[in-house]
Design a protein around this ligand. Structure first.
Ligand code: HEC
Ligand code: HEC
Length: 380
């Protein structure tokens, strides 16, 4: 009877401490609006990537107008751990300064660093801009966050030296060339099916190759891109619902058709732009790793834009607010079934620690009261 108050104190205390330990990032994630992390960054960039001015974004429900700021809503996505997936380090743990020791001389810990971009020491005249203010679609940061390198299962060990893939042999004289450079030379030559095209080998000299003999096998043979990796065509085998992204990498016609041509016959995703390798999606797929490294390969259209985070605050949907919203920030109009009621279940979930913590405090107060009463009784 005398120790009746003990569980009232110990249980809520333990629960509160446990919640604090496991949910610190959730507690920090206190904005009012639910939005995909990559879309949030996109709205900020499209609004001009300002350091201090608030920017508008549309919540994941496709309707609610919200406002955020760089300092409160964008920067934490780069400086906090476990934002992008469980057990992933913060971006700034690798990209911490404009410094040789920081990955790609990139500083993601400050506004200035993000705007400076990568490789500004090695290449002061032409640093790699990762953000194009006003143009998220062409911002490198976007594809880094959305894309996975192909084929899946490749270790994250991409450096400038190996981004272009393994050295393979091609042409009549079996000259050495990086796989991605070989595909690039073919695309830049107009992606011919039968005519030979010229490529520059690792020896710096020009050689000739053909699609049928030298390029196609990069998609159809196992272990080309790394040890123990399946051929591209093992997953992308036909223009078929069961083939990843309805993509067929086993034939010339399939490669030229591109992805999603069944779901989206009017606007399939072209992966090769004949004559323009730089702007061919296939190139970035082969060269880029999704950030942060260590993220599992389970990218689908539904989760490419990263996790749902809570950001900003709601603004009343005045007609002006609707008009000033940049139309480009939304790639596709939200599908009707994607429109959720304003009170989505996810938002309540993130309030969980607060609710449980509050309940814990109430129970704690109750325990203290019982303790005071019993103490009073025993001492009286
Ligand atoms: C564990 C270390 C690590 C973490 C964490 C990390 N990166 Fe990287 N990042 C790298 C390395 C190494 C490279 C260079 C390899 C490459 O080119 O793919 C790189 C390259 C990049 C590039 C390309 C720069 C260029 O010049 O092309 C961008 C952009 C980038 N990271 C953004 C991010 C973002 C955003 C995050 C957090 C979501 C992040 N990184 C987390 C290690 C990391
Ligand atoms: C183990 C199965 C698998 C293998 C092997 C594979 N892929 Fe993929 N690929 C996928 C999946 C799943 C997706 C969709 C996920 C995503 O969007 O990132 C995808 C997406 C793509 C896309 C993007 C299509 C789009 O609409 O954006 C391209 C391009 C691509 N793969 C090319 C390749 C190439 C080139 C290879 C070989 C070097 C390859 N894939 C090997 C499973 C695979």
């Amino acid at each position: 009877m005398r120790r009746l108050y003990l569980p009232f104190i110990l249980v809520p205390l333990a629960v509160t401490v446990l919640l604090l330990l496991t949910n610190l990032s959730v507690l920090a994630d206190q904005g009012e609006c639910e939005v995909r992390a990559v879309n949030l960054i996109g709205a900020w960039v499209d609004a001009g990537a300002s350091k201090d001015e608030p920017f508008e974004f549309t919540a994941a429900d496709g309707e609610t107008k919200c406002q955020g700021t760089f300092a409160e809503d964008i920067l934490p996505l780069f400086t906090q751990e476990n934002v992008w997936a469980p057990n992933t380090p913060a971006c700034k743990s690798c990209h911490f300064a404009v410094d040789k020791n920081s990955a790609h001389e990139l500083d993601l810990s400050s506004y200035e660093g993000i705007m400076t971009g990568a490789d500004s020491l090695s290449n002061p005249d032409n640093p790699v801009k990762i953000v194009v203010p006003g143009d998220w679609k062409n911002s490198k940061l976007r594809s880094r966050l959305r894309d996975n390198r192909m084929p899946p299962g490749m270790p994250f060990d991409v450096t400038e030296a190996n981004r272009d893939g393994p050295v393979v042999k091609a042409g009549k004289d079996q000259a050495e060339v990086r796989a991605v450079n070989l595909i690039g030379a073919w695309v830049d030559a107009g992606a011919p099916k039968d005519e030979p095209f010229t490529f520059v080998g690792e020896d710096g000299k020009e050689h000739q190759a053909t699609f049928q003999e030298d390029v196609l096998r990069l998609f159809t043979e196992d272990n080309i891109w790394a040890k123990n990796t399946a051929s591209c065509k093992s997953c992308h085998f036909a223009v078929d619902k069961n083939s990843a992204h309805e993509l067929d990498l086993s034939s010339y016609e399939g490669i030229m058709t591109g992805a999603d041509s069944l779901s989206n016959p009017d606007n399939p995703v072209k992966i090769v732009v004949p004559g323009d390798w730089k702007n061919s999606k296939l190139r970035s797929r082969l060269r880029d790793n999704r950030m942060p490294p260590g993220m599992p390969f389970d990218v689908t259209e539904a989760n490419r834009d990263g996790p749902v985070v809570h950001a900003g605050r709601r603004v009343s949907a005045t007609p002006q607010a609707v008009e000033t919203k940049p139309a480009e920030s939304q790639e596709k109009p939200a599908a009707p079934e994607a429109v959720k009621p304003a009170e989505a279940p996810g938002s309540r979930l993130s309030e969980l620690p607060v609710v449980v913590g509050g309940t814990g405090l109430v129970v704690l107060a109750l325990g203290l009261a019982i303790w005071a009463v019993t103490r009073h009784k025993t001492t009286a």
